[in-house]
Design a protein around this ligand. Structure first.
Ligand code: 3PG
Length: 217
């Protein structure tokens, strides 16, 4: 029998708390997947969300899962039931979506992999909470109201914890992590496209190290 939403959310929580920074990576070349994951790990970032935005994404998840066992690799930009099946088959340990939809919620109900669904308003967060999702991605964090918006949700919705992503950088992550309803932050600033193109893995480790040092509370 499938696990319950609550059981899957309970399994998700320690993965979100790992750094507490999730690297959101977009990989164009599957050969970059393992060195990228290793360099993030060396900098202390263990949770890696591979966005399903390139043709190399699924193979990259598979490569990291098989080759870098200390990383917690998940699939991001999961939008459809087909994405759920494909990323589960690739070995994703968690799913992340920018929002939620009835079809996606149904598909997630049939999967055993934990899901971090996105919300950008009190109503969206409440609708997901009704379905058992106490852990949610707040997206797009900065354009949707940033730190002030999230702080305002903490009192009326104390049971919902967020992973804000979208516009967060090394300089701003600590302010988010101070909030009582923030469990981790995520962002693509740890793997800039030009640094990936140059295969400058040392630079990625340095960015990850700076982020994990900056996240110490
Ligand atoms: C995401 O893909 O979840 C966010 O767009 C990441 O946002 P960033 O690129 O501003 O970090």
């Amino acid at each position: 029998m499938n696990s319950t939403v609550q059981q899957r959310q309970d399994r998700l929580e320690p993965m979100l708390r790992l750094a507490p920074v999730i690297a959101i990576v977009t990989i164009d070349d599957v050969n970059h997947a393992m060195p990228l994951a290793k360099s993030l790990l060396e900098g202390g970032v263990r949770a890696i969300e591979v966005t399903l935005r390139t043709s190399a994404a699924l193979a990259s998840i598979e490569a990291i899962r098989g080759g870098v066992p200390d990383a917690s690799v998940g699939a991001g930009t999961v939008l459809t039931p087909a994405d759920v099946t494909a990323s589960e088959n690739a070995g994703a340990l968690f799913f992340v979506s920018p929002g939620s939809s009835p079809l996606l919620i149904d598909a997630m109900g049939k999967s055993d992999v934990p899901w971090l669904p996105g919300a950008a308003s009190a109503s969206e967060a409440m609708a997901l909470f009704e379905r058992g999702y106490r852990l949610q991605k707040f997206f797009p964090a900065e354009p949707a109201g940033g730190v002030d918006f999230l702080r305002s949700l903490a009192a009326p919705l104390p049971k919902i914890k967020f992973c804000p992503t979208g516009g967060i950088r090394a300089q701003t992550m600590a302010i988010y992590l101070e909030l009582p309803n923030v469990i981790c932050v995520g962002g693509s600033w740890l793997s800039p496209a030009n640094v990936m193109r140059d295969k400058d893995w040392k630079a990625i480790t340095a960015l990850a190290r700076a982020a994990t040092a900056g996240s110490q509370r």
